[in-house]
Design a protein around this ligand. Structure first.
Ligand SMILES: *Cc1c(COP(=O)(O)O)cnc(C)c1O
Length: 500
């Protein structure tokens, strides 16, 4: 069948499948309930008449089977890390071991209540304690909070700790230095913590410009906030010197450790001068993410910041039992209800214990190896804007293809046709037309080879038949969407169709 016929059939299918509203007919209920055998309560009495709707105008009335088919079908139109390679650079979409799900659902863990007395929660507290110890061992720092619910939330928490520390020295200071290769959440977090973000330009190698740092690092600056490896995937090899400069002017070194999967088991931020950092358990430590959470962004600190950690803090009683200490007068307070996204913490602990030290080191080595493989295979095809060695991710640009009018977003959309989730586009900001690829350690060589083949085929298409790439995706249920309309007039929920 010719391409356009396949498209026609597919369009027809999509239309037929989308007919949930047209299948509706009045009085076709999706369920049958047994007759009520208790006195009925009038909802208007219980809720107030104005809160009760007799009917939702236009709401489809369909059978259970049709509803189930509708949502099951929609779920198959989606793409997830369980469907195929998910290349989003910086986001680390790695394998989520299914055994972690089993562990997180064990009765005493999954059904534990945060108001359960400590005496009856010793198992959960032990999980908290053990995970804290292991994470601290991995990062080489002294104390930790597991409360923050995401990476950006960890950043905010970390910067509030910096502020509390600087205040305790007599002056909270005004600014936070942030390299232009940092993650986009960094300046936002600095602003929320009451700091002015000051941009630090990268040098030609894509790393911090030491001379500029030396010039800008003064008594106004509370901290340098460094993503390491940065969003080009490059390790800051002058990190020790950077830490010295920051510390010599009374500043603190914050490390965005969301991508600790590039360092874990090999080097420890605490050893190279970092004072405070967050981790993304939903990246490095395999807990699921995407779709808005839940995540977990623990914050680890040097001893000097420990007094300011959020309450409660885990302590050990004399008899060896564990407890939460709320009596911490210098604490910045709570940053989240209860003790963090506990289910995520359980999954991360299961992942760490299953891997062991050797396994964690190996995941790092494989993540770096996989990324290096992609880089090497594609460097002749796509422009590599920085030649410095990279770790867990690599960043190309669309410079060559742009000459034919094909840009990173077009290539990303065409990749969908080849069965891969797009890489990260428009980021990092220091690369125009960025194509940021993070294969993670989870992908096999075969999958990587197929990805390389796909990206090479797309480069050929860009050369020979650019319109194919520019019109992509062609194989999805919905074709190329209007991004401007989607941003300006987002339609995020179902509303009854309005009658003309
Ligand atoms: C993902 C990421 C963040 C933000 O983490 P969220 O959990 O999405 O808030 C921050 N910094 C870096 C480097 C990241 O990759």
């Amino acid at each position: 069948m010719a391409d356009k016929d396949i498209k026609k059939v597919r369009r027809h299918l999509t239309q037929r499948e989308a007919l949930i509203f047209e299948r509706s007919s009045p009085g076709k209920p999706p369920f049958a309930l047994p007759p009520l055998d208790v006195p009925p309560v009038d909802p208007a009495d219980a809720l107030g008449a104005q809160r009760v709707r007799e009917q939702i105008e236009g709401f489809p009335e369909v059978s259970e089977f049709e509803v189930v088919r509708h949502f099951t079908r929609l779920s198959t139109w989606n793409y997830g890390v369980d469907t195929g390679a998910y290349l989003l650079g910086s986001c680390t979409m790695k394998y989520n071991p299914k055994v972690n799900e089993v562990v997180a659902r064990v009765d005493g863990i999954g059904n534990a209540h945060p108001y359960q007395p400590e005496m009856l929660s010793q198992g959960c507290l032990k999980i908290h304690q053990l995970l804290s110890e292991l994470l601290l061992e991995i990062v080489g720092l002294d104390a930790i909070t597991l409360q923050p619910a995401a990476g950006a939330h960890g950043e905010m928490t970390g910067l509030l700790l910096v502020r509390a520390y600087q205040e305790s020295k007599g002056n909270p200071r005004r600014k936070v230095l942030i390299p232009d290769s940092a993650h986009g959440t960094n300046p936002a977090s600095a602003a929320i913590a009451g700091y002015q973000a000051q941009n630090l330009a990268s040098n030609r190698q894509g790393t911090v410009d030491l001379e500029q740092l030396d010039r800008l690092m003064n008594e106004e600056v509370a901290a340098l906030m460094l993503t390491n490896p940065n969003t080009l995937g490059i390790f800051e090899n002058e990190i020790v010197r950077i830490a010295e400069i920051v510390h010599s002017r009374g500043g603190l070194l914050y490390m965005d450790g969301a991508n600790m999967n590039a360092l874990m088991g090999i080097s420890r931020p605490g050893d190279f001068g970092v004072d405070v950092m967050h981790l993304n358990l939903h990246k490095t430590f395999s807990t699921p993410h995407g779709g808005g959470g839940p995540g977990a962004g623990p914050v680890a600190v040097k001893k000097i910041l420990e007094p300011f950690l959020p309450v409660p803090v885990m302590v050990e009683n004399k008899d060896g039992s564990l407890a939460y200490d709320f009596n911490r007068p210098r604490s910045i307070g709570r940053v989240r209800a209860f003790y963090g996204n506990f289910g995520m913490l359980v999954r991360a602990l299961a992942y760490i214990l299953a891997n062991g030290a050797e396994g964690l080191r190996l995941t790092t080595e494989d993540a770096v190896l996989n990324s290096a493989y992609i880089r090497k295979k594609l460097e002749g095809t796509y422009e590599l804007p920085y030649s410095s060695p990279t770790l867990h991710e690599c960043v190309f640009s669309d410079k060559k293809q742009a000459q034919r009018g094909v840009h990173t977003g077009d290539i990303a959309k065409r990749l969908i046709d080849y069965g891969f989730h797009p890489y990260t586009v428009s980021f990092p900001l220091v690369v125009s037309g960025a194509m940021m690829i993070e294969p993670t350690e989870s992908e096999s060589k075969q999958e990587l080879d197929e990805l390389v083949d796909a990206l090479q085929a797309i480069a050929r298409e860009a050369e020979q038949e650019p319109e194919t790439v520019l019109g992509a995706p062609h194989t999805t249920h919905l074709g190329r969407l209007d991004e401007v309309q989607a941003a300006r007039h987002p339609v995020l929920r179902w509303k009854p169709p309005t009658r003309e």
